[in-house]
Write a protein that binds this ligand. Structure first.
Ligand code: PG9
Length: 632
């Protein structure tokens, strides 16, 4: 140690008091072509929300695009540290940047830089939200501040909102009582109904895959961080522990208020109904031009966008209410859309959505750009690998469409066909100790397969004794399906509760010359799960009478697909899909979240075929040539 340094602690050579990390470090961005402002925008209750406003240098009269997020506004607005606005903002913003927009990201209350209390998908003010603020008021107050020239002189006073998933949910909330300056909206895979089919449950079956999200979101104030979890194989982690409630207890999640609220409401009661945004939209339909986006293989929010679009359509909103469904996983719309799993699409379909649909619509309403001729529904044709632009959608449905649904029946010896069999049954043992995995084991929710799992090859489970497989002969002509199939299963069980998983699958030819590894691939085009206790009422579950045939009828996700000649149509039926969904104990208990280990029982499930109880899937079969229903 040099004596001179040792003597004088204030020498520039000595470490500074407080250490080497300064409280604030802001390297100059050089000749940036933008100005990034961090603001605390006051809401009506005095709470201030952290907002990042990125303004192109020299902007005047520029429109604003707003995203409200629980996922770190600062991080969302920072793809890289660069003097270029294009490189700084995320890929999905490139079109807006090139068109001269002001881009705004805001932390929702209680998250990251924002003040206030965070409430998971905070419900609208009312019985489920006793405060005086919600995302409707926060969006309103934010827009009011942004269009005030004193705050943001560069703006033209017009705002569009965009965002995916939770960020899509905040867009939809803003539509319930919109600020007059909100001129256009793009909810992308928005969370609309957490019980029916988005994020938390599907027709009453709980999605274990989402449980860690809650820890990351609500375990700690401000910045999110996921609490520690257990072993690698989530199949074993969840199977050995018992119910979702047991897992939550072991992981400390029983301390989390949203978890406590959720397990009090396993059924579709006022808690879930009061938050269902399709219902709230139908009661408060807005006139704001809205483009709804959803992935055809969205593994998180498969239900919301199309249901909300349908709810508005039923209220007469047609000229300003647009649906786009692409060949995407959840939120893929923010990234590249050239492929999903092993499937390659016709170019970057996500960029096509952003550049050819969203941007022109935003330009029209925010910049007086030329009017855009968006069709009512733009849906990727996953069998012919191209976009279809429909003047009306769906092409076939139960009531009120140009074509009815066509039943395809489960037949003898694993056959599937348009003729009803005389009679017959198929039985399998559904054993909660050996549930059917949703992906080949080991399954770790963070192993990188989550995003693509809905297009995974179902041969992974085909052939298991507890998976019933039915398929048509090789098709000699193409079969087009355009709409939402409906599963309609008649079954009895030795248990008093049970789940039904139904999949509609496109089976590739045994040999695919252009891509040999695709030979025999079983591509699910629509699948979902239904919890049997809800067969008569979603709000009031009831035990299944053991040994008595019951009907399980539920809508499957929307498809726009052509089964090509040489392919087959397949339907699979099974009683678990694990660990994605929690297991049904198969013995009726009041609350499956709280089932005890001893409640889980094997059950023999018998699927009925033919006669008065013909298990079938109602398919939206229509002629292959639909050019008359399409915009060129
Ligand atoms: N699917 C996520 C989510 C949304 C809302 C509630 C819970 C989870 C998301 O991607 O934001």
């Amino acid at each position: 140690l040099s004596p001179a340094i040792a003597q004088d602690a204030r020498s520039p050579s000595a470490a500074a008091p407080g250490g080497d990390i300064p409280a604030k470090f802001t390297p100059p961005v050089g000749n940036a072509d933008y100005d990034k402002r961090e603001m605390m925008i006051p809401m009506r209750d005095g709470t201030r929300l952290y907002t990042v406003i990125v303004v192109p240098k020299g902007a005047t009269n520029a429109p604003i695009v707003l995203t409200r997020t629980p996922y770190d506004a600062m991080g969302r607005a920072k793809r890289s540290t660069s003097p270029s606005m294009l490189s700084t903002l995320p890929l999905a913003d490139e079109g807006f940047v090139k068109a001269g927009y002001i881009r705004v990201y805001q932390d929702v209350r209680g998250k990251y830089g924002s003040e206030g209390d965070y409430v998971v998908t905070r419900p609208v003010i009312g019985p489920l939200n006793r405060t005086k603020v919600d995302h409707v008021t926060d969006a309103y107050d934010t827009i009011d501040w942004l269009v005030n020239k004193a705050n943001l002189p560069e703006s033209n006073g017009r705002v569009g909102m965009i965002g995916s998933s939770y960020e899509g949910f905040t867009v939809v909330m803003a539509l319930l009582a919109p600020h007059p300056a909100l001129k256009v909206a793009a909810p992308e895979s928005p969370m609309i109904d957490g019980w029916m089919g988005d994020d938390w449950l599907h027709y009453g079956a709980f999605r274990l895959a989402n449980i860690a999200w809650l820890g990351g979101q609500t375990g700690y104030k401000g910045e999110g961080k996921a609490p520690p979890t257990g072993g690698y194989d989530d199949y074993d982690n969840f199977r050995t522990i018992g119910s979702a409630g047991d897992w939550a207890k072991k992981s400390g999640y029983d301390q989390l208020p949203f978890w406590q609220r959720m397990i009090e409401h396993p059924s579709y009661d006022a808690f879930w109904q009061g938050q269902a945004l399709d219902k709230l939209l139908a009661a408060n339909p807005s006139n704001i031009p809205t483009i709804w986006e959803q992935g055809l293989w969205d593994q998180e929010d498969m239900y919301g966008a199309i249901t909300a679009w349908e709810a508005l359509k039923a209220k007469g909103k047609t000229g300003n209410n647009f649906l786009v469904m692409g060949p995407w996983r959840h939120s893929q719309i923010n990234r590249e859309g050239r492929s999903l799993g092993v499937f390659q699409w016709n170019g970057d379909t996500a960029a096509q959505f952003r550049d050819e649909m969203v941007l022109p619509l935003f330009n029209q309403y925010l910049k007086d750009g030329p009017p855009v001729a968006l069709p009512a529904a733009t849906i990727y044709n996953t069998g012919e690998n191209r976009w279809d632009r429909f003047t009306t959608w769906p092409l076939a449905c139960q009531e009120g469409c140009a074509a009815p649904l066509t039943p395809i029946y489960l037949q003898d010896d694993g056959a599937l066909g348009f003729d009803k069999a005389a009679s017959g049954e198929d039985s399998y043992v559904s054993d909660p100790a050996k549930p059917v995995p949703h992906l080949p084991r080991p399954v770790n929710f963070g192993d990188g397969r989550w995003g693509d799992w809905l297009v995974s090859d179902q041969r992974g489970v085909d052939g298991r004794p507890d998976v019933m497989t039915y398929q048509t002969p090789v098709l000699t002509r193409a079969v087009r399906v355009s709409g939402a199939p409906i599963a309609d299963i008649f079954a009895k069980t030795t248990g008093t509760d049970g789940d039904f998983v139904v999949k509609v699958i496109d089976v590739y030819p045994d040999e695919v010359a252009t891509d040999p590894k695709m030979g025999g691939y079983q591509l699910p085009i629509a699948l979902d799960i239904f919890r049997g206790r809800y067969r008569d009422s979603f709000a009031k579950p009831s035990p299944i009478p053991a040994g008595k045939v019951q009907q399980y009828k539920f809508r499957l996700p929307t498809v726009n697909h052509v089964f090509q000649p040489g392919h087959r149509i397949m339907v699979q039926v099974q009683s678990s899909l694990f660990p994605l969904y929690d297991r049904n104990p198969q013995a009726y208990v009041p609350n499956i979240f709280l089932a005890k280990k001893s409640d889980y029982r094997k059950a023999t499930v018998t699927i009925e075929r033919g006669g008065a109880t013909p298990s079938r899937v109602w398919l939206p079969v229509v002629p292959v040539d639909q050019s008359a229903a399409m915009v060129k």
